[in-house]
Design a protein around this ligand. Sequence first.
Ligand code: SF4
Length: 270
Amino acid sequence: MPRKTIRKATKQRLQAARKGRAARVKGAGARIKADTEAAHGALPQWTKAEIEEAFRRFAAANPDPRGELEHVDPYTLLVAVVLSAQATDAGVNKATPALFKLADTPQKMVKLGEARVRELIKTIGLFRTKAKNLIALSRQLIAQHGGNVPPDRAALEALPGVGRKTANVVLNVAFGEPTIAVDTHIFRVGNRTGLAVGKTPYDVEMKLMEVVPERYRLHAHHWLILHGRYVCVARRPLCEKCVIADLCKWPGKTVNVPAPQLHQRAAVAR
Ligand code: SF4
């Protein structure tokens, strides 16, 4: 859809919202059915113009998006991301200040030892395995990379406890590479909206790398994670607050109009 047409449609929906024809909340059953259909690739692919418009709005609403894992350098970022597997960022942030106070380098982590690391991160899920991996990856960084985090995917993925998603986060946040780390939120948003449909996180990542315009790729990962974490949440997405509600293809949308306030904000940035 050309941008002019999208803006006209947005304007019309905005007017409708002001007249009070806003909410049409759908039941949980309808939403689950819609998610199942979306996951099977039943939604139409977004056009280039729609994708451009969606990211233009994300950028207008949040020009400099940041991740929520606390860290001070590539090593502490790597440690925080390893700890965040199947855990919340908030939970990781509660444990890492005490850990980083004692061990903010691979050398200090190895010296601290597995038992002490385990004790310091015991509030985080899978802490036994994670403590073991932190010691092993720190040893490997010292032995093979001079104690530095390598800015290289293969070298990162060769570290214990580091997979593609972790490598993508480190490459993006620490080294400014335009990678897209697909976590549970991005996987859901990609499939649900029809923006990037795929059966696996890797499929969704490849699709996003194909369709997201180059100039938005560096921040795409944060915009989509924050969108999935705070707006397009799993159980009851907050479509009434969503900046891309009019573009989203999900048949379970809980409103049929875009959020007026946010559209006004996006319009200012045009
Ligand atoms: S309208 Fe927004 S919040 Fe609702 S399903 Fe679509 S992307 Fe998610």
